[in-house]
Design a protein around this ligand. Structure first.
Ligand SMILES: Nc1ncnc2c1ncn2[C@@H]1O[C@H](COP(=O)(O)OP(=O)(O)OP(=O)(O)O)[C@@H](O)[C@H]1O
Length: 227
């Protein structure tokens, strides 16, 4: 479902005389449907950079990244947007929302954008919000004023609303209490069971051991070592 080979990434520091820094070379990864792969490696090794390249936020300088039928390194912006709508979900650590949109609609939006009926989309959103213990009296409010942990759970609910064939998870259990952490791990297990291919960053080692089938240490892709 997700196939990466020989990926190269350089950053050009425009505010520092255009200096080019190579941060990744020879990156390779394959994730099959129903599999969860953890990206590991020390801080600065390139875990987030690799996830951003898979999502099409950062452009790879070389190599191949395929998500389903999408050739991410060569796709037009509209193809990337279609991939994000239909195929590849991304649960980042922070919720970014348009102000004044009620929480229920923030969570239902990915399904609404795919043409689901409003009742069906809101029912699914409600069931996720309930599972993630967001009190019902908050559902009609915008999540902009919610606590950090509440925003994180709204973000997770949104990321799991549509059953994406592939998912990127950036620290999905960070700073959650035990009960909500357990819910998130169950959501990941259910997504795997229905065939989702998942790539994640999990600093929570017990969570990683429970849901991940394999680990890929991205330090192996830092140019000095890969050369
Ligand atoms: N936009 C950018 N411009 C320049 N350099 C960048 C940019 N994004 C990342 N880097 C560099 O790429 C390298 C990898 O960073 P990245 O954030 O991917 O690491 P990480 O493994 O996710 O780290 P952490 O665990 O601390 O989040 C770092 O040396 C970082 O400074």
């Amino acid at each position: 479902m997700i196939r990466i080979s020989d990926v190269l990434k350089t950053f050009t520091l425009h505010n520092q005389g255009g200096t080019e820094i190579a941060v990744m070379a020879g990156a390779a990864l394959q994730v099959a449907p129903g599999e969860c792969v953890a990206l590991t490696g020390s801080s600065g090794a390139g875990k987030s950079t690799l996830m951003r390249m898979i999502y099409g936020n950062y452009l790879a300088a070389g190599g191949m990244i395929r998500v389903g039928d999408t050739d991410v390194t060569r796709a037009e912006p509209r193809e990337i947007l279609a991939m994000r709508r239909e195929v590849l979900g991304y649960v980042s650590q922070f919720l970014r929302v348009v102000p004044r949109v009620p929480t229920l609609d923030v969570v239902a939006e990915p399904l609404l954008m795919l043409g689901a009926g409003p009742d069906e989309a809101r029912d699914r959103a409600a069931s996720l919000l309930r599972r993630l213990r967001i009190p019902e009296n908050l559902w009609q409010l915008s999540p902009t004023t919610f606590s950090g942990g509440e925003q994180q759970r709204v973000n997770i609910a949104r990321g799991f609303c549509h059953e994406y064939p592939a998912l990127l998870l950036d620290e999905p259990t960070a700073s959650l209490d035990a009960a909500n952490r357990e819910t998130v791990l169950s959501l990941i297990e259910e997504a795997k069971a229905r065939g989702a291919a998942i790539v994640g960053i999990f600093h929570d080692e017990a969570a990683r051991n429970r849901v991940c089938d394999r680990e890929i240490d991205v330090s192996g892709f830092t140019p000095a070592k890969a050369a």
